[in-house]
Design a protein around this ligand. Structure first.
Ligand code: S3P
Length: 447
């Protein structure tokens, strides 16, 4: 990941208008490559997100002998020549997950079961993120993993071994941990069961059956009885537009007066659209027109029209369903009437940055009334932000984009440094934002 890059944003000159199809879903793009690589046969994927994170996943599998053909210059269509569950090759070099927590945590479950040795690294941010949450359960299944600080941090050295299925009760609500264990479970002797403290995104459970591997529920347990192989689906695997990327446009259209923006074919998996429910509870004007399902996922077109937002207290039970959208929801809250309170969201401190501290610093510098709490924030909304400042996105894509949205409602522009990371999840953010009338530019990116 390029850690530089400066965005200059806002204020919006007029209401935002138009129709946007945001890029493909990042979580599903990772999973589609992984399952396709481990399947027997060729899988075609469309709607793939060619962000840096997903390309890291692709290149890790390429370096283990998987052929991936990109079918168009945008790299949104691809063909993965699966090698089967046992066909990966020992990588000659370290595997680099870049900035991608999902890539690192999910691939560890696969690497733990291979007949070879591998070393997993990432960028500076990924090297600060906790890994014991996957290392401990994988070790309990029989994995041999070493790493910094006893295995809590990358680099991880993984010596593949034979794994034993088990029942794991998770302490954190994390789809990455759940998915890592389920992927390891594909190789385990006997069944693997996972129980989550709260439901998290379920793309792995929805996608595995497309590849012929059933995943069942038994009460609150998610159960995988390994069938011994994955099979490339006959149908193309379609990936819907990423709700996490759509959220930036929905908040911007809600806040900038005179706006009306249509977001097409956005994923509406209930484990992903907590941001929409929270925004609607804040009185956002969002109309949904459900469209035909995309593979195993639901989608809808959304029209978002500007409205005066109200602060709310977020129910901690809703936190996992909106975990990636809190930076931009804080922006909505900073410009809403009344008070917004979030608690039970300490996981935000171990994302690509400490998203509580980072957003508190950036929004406060821009003129917001925001108080930092150990597990969340309290925000008292204002009519406008002052802006006229430089804030540091700390190499975190969602902080950079959230502050670009905040700037649309500021009196003066906001300069956002260390913003190049938007390319990890949403390389098309700036042109799409400009297309609906947002005032945002990345001057350094100009030729
Ligand atoms: C993801 C799960 C979430 C989320 C991340 C993507 C996934 O992380 O924050 O951006 O694709 O499984 P946790 O599961 O660790 O909360």
């Amino acid at each position: 990941m390029n850690s530089g890059g400066t965005l200059v944003a806002g204020p919006a000159r007029q209401g935002l208008q138009g129709r946007v199809t945001v890029s493909g879903d990042k979580s599903m793009s990772h999973r589609s490559i992984m399952l396709a690589a481990l399947a027997e046969g060729v899988t075609e994927i469309q709607g793939f997100l060619a962000g840096e994170d997903n390309l890291s996943t692709a290149s890790m599998f390429q370096s283990m002998g998987v052929t991936i053909e990109f079918l168009n210059p945008q790299k949104t269509s691809l063909r993965v020549h699966g090698v089967g569950l046992h066909g990966l090759r020992e990588p000659e070099r370290v595997l680099d997950a870049g900035n991608a927590g999902t890539a690192a945590r999910l691939i560890s479950g696969i690497l733990a079961a291979q007949d070879f040795h591998s070393v997993l690294v990432g960028d500076a941010s990924l090297h600060r993120r906790p890994m014991m949450r996957i290392v401990a359960p994988l070790r309990a299944m029989g994995a041999h993993i070493d790493g910094r600080d006893g295995g809590n941090y990358l680099p991880l050295a993984i010596r593949g071994s034979s794994l034993q299925g088990m029942r794991h009760e998770m302490h954190v609500a994390s789809a990455q941990v759940k998915s890592c264990i389920l992927l390891a479970g594909l190789y385990a002797n006997g069944e693997t069961r996972v129980r989550e403290p709260r439901p998290t995104r379920d793309h792995t459970e929805r996608m595995l059956p497309l590849f012929g591997q059933a995943v069942q529920r038994d009460g609150d347990d998610i159960v995988l009885q390994p069938c011994g192989h994955l099979t490339a689906p006959q149908d193309v695997v379609h990936i819907p537009a990423d709700p996490s990327s759509a959220a930036f446009f929905a908040v911007a259209a809600s806040l900038v007066s005179g706006s009306s923006v249509q977001l097409t074919a956005v994923g509406t998996n209930p484990r992903r659209d907590g941001w929409r429910r929270i925004l609607q509870a804040m009185q956002a004007d969002i109309t949904l027109s459900p469209a035909a399902d995309v593979g195993s996922e639901t989608v809808a077109d959304m029209r978002v029209t500007a409205s005066r937002l109200q602060g709310i207290t977020v129910d901690p039970a809703d936190v996992p369903d909106a975990i990636d959208e809190f930076p931009v929801l804080f922006v909505a809250a900073a410009l809403a009437d009344g008070e917004f309170i979030l608690q039970g969201a300490e996981e935000l401190r171990v994302k690509e940055s400490d998203r509580i501290a980072c957003m508190v610093n950036a929004l406060r510098a821009a003129g917001a009334d925001i108080e930092e709490r150990p597990d969340g924030v309290r925000i008292r909304g204002k009519e406008r932000l002052k802006g006229g400042v430089t804030v540091d996105a700390q190499g975190d894509h969602r902080i950079a984009m959230a502050m670009a949205i905040a700037a649309q409602c500021a009196e003066q522009p906001i300069t956002i440094t260390h913003a190049a990371a938007i390319a990890t999840s949403f390389p098309a953010f700036v042109p799409l934002a400009q297309a609906v009338g947002m005032n945002v530019a990345m001057p350094e990116a100009a030729p």
